[in-house]
Design a binder for this molecule. Sequence first.
Ligand code: NAD
Length: 447
Amino acid sequence: MSKLTSINPANNEILGSVKIATKDEIMKTVAHVRQGFHIWKEVSLEKRGKILLKAAELIKKNAKVIAKQISLEMGKPLTEAEDEVSGTVTDIKNTVKIGLKVLQDEVLVPRTSWLKYEPVGVVALIKPWNFPLSVALNALVPALLAGNSVIFKPSEYVPLVTDMWVKLLWQAGVPADVLQVLHGRALVGQMLVASQIDMVSFTGSTAVGQEIADKCALRLIKFVLELGGSSPAIVCADADLEKAAEAIVRSRFLNCGQVCCAIKRVFVERKVSDKLIKLLSEKIKKLELGPLVSASQLKKFEQQITRGIIQGGRIIVGGRRMRDEKHIHGFYHEPTLMIHVNNKMEIMRQETFGPVLPVMEVESFDQALKLANDSDFGLTAAVFTKDKTKISRAGKELLAGSVYINTTFACPAGSPWTGLKKSGFGTEGGKHGIWEFVHKKHWYVQR
Ligand code: NAD
């Protein structure tokens, strides 16, 4: 029996282990969960909603233990883990509220023609480690609410916390033959995608997303992909620089820089660049970050920093792995500020999943828009300005699923989450995220 060991990235100590699913177990789980699907889809929408709200309550009740386990297993500071748990509870409640409205049958012609939202079937959810609760439940809740059954394949870095919250969902009343977990690495994900499932909801890297899209396309099954990002922030000369610096640093260094929509490239108008860089430096020097998730993530990140320096970047804060006594056993890296970068450098073109902020000076807002869009990614984008024309041009011209003005992130209830270009395919969040998990069926009765 192969085991998957969970490691504390703060000190490289073993936290526990789980069993890796075999091919035979994957096949059996798909069959088991398909039986559950036929019963679950007949349970009323209201009852399914009630069960999920109960799950939200149980998660809230167990918030402290879940947050602690998130922090231990993937390294984010406890306060950030607590925010993740409380945010997830709110998100579940909002999703259920919206779902109870938008999954109702629609009458197109009275007594004759209806639009019905029918579940897709057995959905494979394959998810990453950076938000082990919220990213999972953002897809799981709409999938279950719509009447699907789910096989959840968590990241190999967060198996223990996954088992913890899945038990709470079962306790809330989600049947075990409607929700199952399969642990493992890439191979388990690949075998799951190749099995007789009806849909994949994937969040993770662009390369894996492309592989999954390919395989789903061959079988013509549905898929939703939430992938990598390299979100730009444009800081205009008229911006409130203090607020801009504050927001950019918060965005870039949250979760040790391991966030899909973190600001990963800054374009600042030359007139104010010295001022902004000074503000950014002061703030970055004060940060105390958790570790990166794994030794391999740290190694990849260090290589990106080195390549950045070789290609002409200049480090003005941080730049190294932390090797002092307190940090040497974990996967810590200093928060880093890099200037003298340009949009051709790998540090600007690849997704950097760690604590580095590259800042580039630009001559004009037009040049900034052009450079911001000159990327394979299109997840989010931010602009800091007071100018109404620039605000409206940013909204129209930036190629991103979400555009934020004078902030770097906002996700009010109902807002969609879509990645353009290599940042994704399909939507999460709000009614459109819920409708990804249904077939829209037309019923017509000839009178
Ligand atoms: P990853 O692609 O390495 O892994 C994601 C999941 O896929 C894991 O469960 C992994 O075991 C599994 N997997 C790996 N290879 C597979 C394969 N060939 N077939 C099937 N499954 C496979 O990503 P990660 O390192 O866990 O997460 C980081 C990435 O996720 C970053 O690129 C980040 O931007 C992205 N992300 C995106 C969003 C979003 O909403 N757009 C949110 C969070 C994270």
